[in-house]
Write a protein that binds this ligand. Sequence first.
Ligand code: SF4
Length: 623
Amino acid sequence: MNVVLTTLNSRYTHMSLSLRYLRAALERRFNLRASARAERVFADGSPTVPPEPGHTGVAGPGESPLNLRLLEFTINQPHEHILRTLFETKPDVLCFSVYIWNVEAILKLAASLKKVLPETVILFGGPESAFDSEAYLEHHDFIDVIVTGEGEEILGAYLERKLKKTEAYAISGLTERTAAGIINHGKAPLVSELDSIPFPYESEDFGAGRMLYYEASRGCPYRCAYCLSSREPGVRTFSLDRVKEDLARFIKAEVMQVKFVDRTFNVDSDRTREIFKFLIEKDNGITGFHFEITAALLRDQNFELLAKARPGLFQFEIGVQSTCDEAMTAVMRPLPFKKTSEVCRKLKALGNIHLHLDLIAGLPFETYERFLKSFDEVFNLRPHALQLGFLKLIPGSPLSEQAEKFGYVSESHPPYEVLGNAHINFAQLTSLKRIEALVDLFYNSGGFSVTLEAALEKSGQRPSAFFLGFSEFIRQRGYDQQVYRSEAHYGHLEAFLQAQSWYDPVFKTLLDYDCLVALAKRRSTTQAVDRQGWEPEESPALKAAIHEALRASAPDIPVKTLLKRIRYQIFDVDMSAWIEGRRDFGHADHGLWLGWVDTARRSSVSEHYDYAQARLEVTLWKS
Ligand code: SF4
């Protein structure tokens, strides 16, 4: 029997954790890849996976009743390519892992595949189809089966029943289309011992540059009204030994990035501390770990520990959502911003943790003006990334049931984004969308950080006012109507700044700097030189001065070698002093500096290149 597990990921660098859980569970259940599985070694030294209690399987070692394939695509790949690829696998059972971001594309694929493969069982799993599975099957006649619970056990039981070719018996956690109509077999119990679930990844998954998802727990202690996780009771955890064993695999394989998908990673403070400690001790200098945490739960002793982490080892994502108490209370997330902001400041002060904060626009009671206040308060914490999200009214979430009460209007198709409510309208949300795009491009990218900071300071504006003004400028110029190469955005920011009454010529130099450390691309070294009336860069005297400065900076390395490795720029501002806070608005003529980045060395926190500079002896070559 050909069984294909498939999904559409949001990006190529992402990998589906759920498909890998299913693959591992099916391989174990049906004795597939028996030899590969035997290679596993548990933390306690036992050499292989213990047999699942109550499972005899339907095949002995070496026999393969299933041909199992895992095929992943991205939502950006052409429909036709995915359609033909899946068709050619000739699946007997085609299992789709369905989420809010891929459901539309998967529905299109499944509908077409059913037409060309009418005998194939089309099976859906994931929160998007599970909520009201009977209605879902009624609306989509090309879907045969929906897995409504945790798939590892349920899918295995379904395939086993199919292989046995016995009369269909009920399987909890399954809703299926039968000759007698649609049958919902009821809820399946949650997996009580998470350690019974095999490690999902195989060595070939540890390829270069991929980001791997991982979970140390399932469930969430919170009950946010806009989230489906709020419906699931309790938090279950993998044992600490199991988590450490899994993490050691990632570290040994030098995986680039591991993203914990635990809903609130730090719900248990002692366990959190133990995992942080393990990761700091076993750090390989390469692998980074991303966690979603609740700031208010981070205890003082965690900060002492976190201070020891390598810069870049940890990324924390904190869902602030809003600083408006009334809005937070309405969505059952009454986390006081005062405490959150204190923790964020402390984390930022450590200097080694990448801090990512989230906001959600469209919460009940939060007007446009009040949201701008939330934006300003969170922006002023200067996280490394600030994500402006927009509320989705997900069917089945408690908030969707209160839509009328709060005057919600939302899109009727996934991702069910809110179009307005009694306190904020569509035009205002559209204005916030523009801010979101600019924050992503100009702030979260980190590629404009020095210029942006200086411009915000010089303008004297609130961050929200600054971004609103910038977005209006971009709209009027039509820059938002086309896709530009990243270098073009420097020009857009420069044009905006030049149009302001508070413009300062130093912005031009700061943009050169940002361009250098973010892109490691040289703009024009002649700008700084021209501005001061000196010779252009072709000058032999200038070249000699540059070589001399480089030689002095690294006497052991030949200048020729250095020039191959670095990208440089000539500045008429002492950039090191500027970054340290010794600002010089007014752009006084103080001299020239050679600034450079070593393309072989990238900062792991900012992901930009480390900057170095040397003063140029301008008297050598002034014309
Ligand atoms: S939004 Fe996050 S914290 Fe809130 S219930 Fe959902 S998973 Fe839990």
